[in-house]
Design a protein around this ligand. Structure first.
Ligand code: AMP
Length: 642
């Protein structure tokens, strides 16, 4: 394979029950390939009319209700199953399940009788087309993922589907193994036990894997499935259904019943859609408004908060946790090193919380849980194709990691070439009074200004109680673990509010990028340092100006008029520098600015003294409320956002 130049890419395909995806991995890491409309998920749905294929993917899914008996959904559930087995699966679909050749299950709809692998082939051929169009070359080889519990017959049917689509399966990879590969697991020096928790729309699967690292023999890391467990009738759809039922009961429409008088199928569907979008909104918001008109004068309008949703979701989440316990037991209760989350329902905070609690490990969430399996399949394809992506997955941090501070400068927390695992912590504060949120922007690179670095993630620390600028103590912690996954946590000490985000900084980064960014930082070093310095000066000076200005207003009467005049004059001068930094930063003389700020500090000593004396008289505790601004050592203030 090594001499096969130019090489055809080996793509990765997640052939899913409800939707499928295709991804590819090159020197910049894996990425999902989009369809002609920019879509990333292809619904695993096809339609036959008059015995012939008439629609694939979103078109077939969109009009499924219009053509119920012609549309074939969830064909993966029938893959490689005997007719007897398939018959026992309650499908809830309108297409037929009939006995095919050799006692196998076949599907009948729209005048066609097809084997599930033929449906799979249609989906695979569509994804192959997406890949060929995006890559501009022919693609024949693929790594395809299958559930860990697929037996030989089901695996063979998947291979047949690929063959029918004109493709060669280079390897079938279990879905949990692919999820682990997407996170680069298997690169640590010691064997690890990992759990892959996959909670989707209709199904739940949990797998316990043992990963033995690459021993340098070129075989790559070895993944062994120790145990699996799951429930094919447990998913986010159940939560939507329960939310709809609760809303209906409230509207006086009684318990769930498909024969509910006065509620059209369209109204029921609208309610389920509303329930789902409310659930999704509550993954990021604390409360969401519901306003749905069910016809016949029934309208449900109110707000739902996250705790109410969690009350509804809890029994389902608890069931997944019980299945995890069973899988762990089957695996012999090993010590767990990592937990990887897959499937859209793992975006729910209650799921993340309960999974973390059950396993005692913070789960990996850096990658989109809908894409992680396809990304991992692409990584496997690249490894089999001889693309040494691990060249960048080093045991050091290739580019510095930091956060953007007020004024657009970067506070670097972890320096380039630090060896991993690595950890750093720094204290920050706010720059605006009564700021109730701090926006954190995680960046990567060697330049001094965030705009010149690579943006990795943004998140917010919210619900801070209003406090004067500089008082909140925001601790930001960066942790890069042995797999190169970065976790950024922020917490405000007084209020206990916390927020966090995960990223894989090496994704989308090539060795050339690293070289270029390093070169640019050298070329711009002098100008960058100057800009960073004036931005920091401006931020600190703004805090000084505000404090001194406020204090002066309070004690003006008590001071010598000459002192007041001098302070007013210096305040004016420093304010001029601050506004110049905003409007024409290139014309600011950093040394002159620095001197002006120092001078202001000196002339305002009597203001400080008078203000402190006054505060002591007014309230014994007051001086503490103004100290921290000035005692900040680094002077870093994350970007403000009130
Ligand atoms: P999957 O089968 O992996 O595509 O997962 C689909 C399920 O994930 C559906 O039940 C969705 O409602 C659910 N889902 C997708 N995004 C979110 C979200 N942000 N919060 C909660 N559930 C979500």
């Amino acid at each position: 394979m090594e001499s096969d130049e130019p090489r055809e890419p080996i793509i990765g395909i997640d052939l899913g029950t409800t939707h499928s995806l295709v991804a590819v991995c090159d020197a910049a890491g894996p990425r999902v390939i989009e369809g002609p409309l920019g879509e990333r998920l292809l619904p695993s749905v096809v339609r036959y009319s008059d015995g012939r294929l008439s629609a694939v993917g979103s078109e077939a899914r969109r009009r499924a209700a219009e053509f119920p008996s012609e549309t074939i959904l969830s064909a993966k559930r029938y893959m490689g199953r005997s007719y007897a087995e398939a018959h026992a699966l309650e499908s809830g679909f309108e297409f037929g399940v009939v006995e095919g050749p050799r006692g196998l299950a076949a599907l009948r709809g729209g005048g066609a009788t097809v084997l599930p692998q033929e449906v799979g082939a249609v989906i695979l051929a569509e994804l192959r087309g997406w890949a060929e169009r995006a890559l501009g070359k022919s693609v024949r080889q693929a790594v395809i993922t299958v559930p860990a519990y697929f037996d030989d017959g089901q695996r063979q049917a998947t291979r047949d589907a690929a063959r029918l689509a004109g493709m060669e399966v280079v390897r079938l990879v279990p879905e949990p193994t692919a999820a682990a590969l997407a996170y680069g697991l298997g690169r640590s020096v010691k064997p690890e036990t990992i759990v892959v928790y996959d909670f989707g729309g209709g199904t739940f699967d949990v797998s316990v894997l043992e990963v033995t690292p690459d021993d340098g023999s070129g075989m790559g890391a070895m993944f062994r499935v120790l145990a699996t467990s799951g429930d094919t009738q447990l998913g986010g759809d159940d939560i939507d259904r329960m939310v709809s039922e609760r809303l209906l009961r409230e509207a006086g429409l009684g318990a769930a019943s498909s024969a509910r008088p006065g509620l059209s199928p369209a109204a029921r569907q609208a309610l389920r859609d509303f329930a789902e979008s409310t659930k999704i909104a509550l993954s990021v918001q604390e409360s969401a408004a519901v306003d749905v008109n069910l016809g016949n004068g029934v309208r449900i309008a109110r707000s739902v908060d996250r705790s109410e949703l969690e009350e509804v979701a809890r029994p389902f989440v608890d069931r997944t946790i019980a299945l995890c316990q069973r899988a762990l037991q089957d695996a012999g209760n090993p010590h767990l090193d990592r937990v990887v989350l897959v499937g859209g329902s793992t975006r729910m905070p209650i799921v993340r919380r309960e999974v973390a609690r059950m396993f005692g490990v913070e789960p990996y969430t850096a990658l989109d849980p809908d894409l992680v399996v396809a990304l991992g399949a692409a990584v496997q394809g690249a490894l089999l194709g001889g693309i040494r992506r691990d060249a960048l997955l080093l045991d050091v941090i290739p580019l510095s990691l930091g956060i953007e501070t007020v004024g657009g400068a970067v506070a670097k927390l972890l320096m380039r070439n630090s060896s991993i695992p690595a950890q750093a912590r720094e204290m920050f504060s706010t720059s605006v009074d009564n700021q109730t949120a701090v926006r954190l922007h995680v960046v990567q690179g060697e330049r001094e200004m965030a705009a010149d670095c690579r943006s990795l993630a943004r998140f917010e620390l919210r619900n801070l109680p209003p406090m004067p600028a500089g008082i909140p103590q925001v601790e930001v912690e960066f942790t890069v673990d042995a797999n190169g996954v970065l976790q950024v946590r922020a917490g405000e000490r007084r209020s206990g509010q916390r927020a966090s985000v995960q990223v894989v900084p090496s994704y989308g980064l090539t060795t050339e990028d690293v070289d270029r960014m390093e070169r640019e930082s050298l070329t711009h070093a002098r100008e960058d340092m100057r800009r960073h310095r004036i931005v920091d000066l401006a931020v600190n000076a703004a805090l000084d100006v505000k404090w001194i200005g406020d204090a002066l207003d309070r004690v003006r009467e008590r001071l010598d008029p000459a002192v007041v005049d001098a302070v007013d004059q210096e305040l004016h001068r420093v304010r001029g520098f601050i506004s110049l930094v905003k409007t024409a930063p290139e014309s600011v003389d950093a040394n002159a600015f620095h001197q002006a700020k120092e001078f202001l500090d000196r002339v305002s000593v009597p203001v400080h003294e008078a203000a402190i004396a006054e505060s002591l008289r007014a309230d014994q505790r007051a001086p503490h409320a103004v100290e921290p601004v000035r005692s900040k050592s680094g002077g870093h203030t994350p970007r403000s956002d009130s």
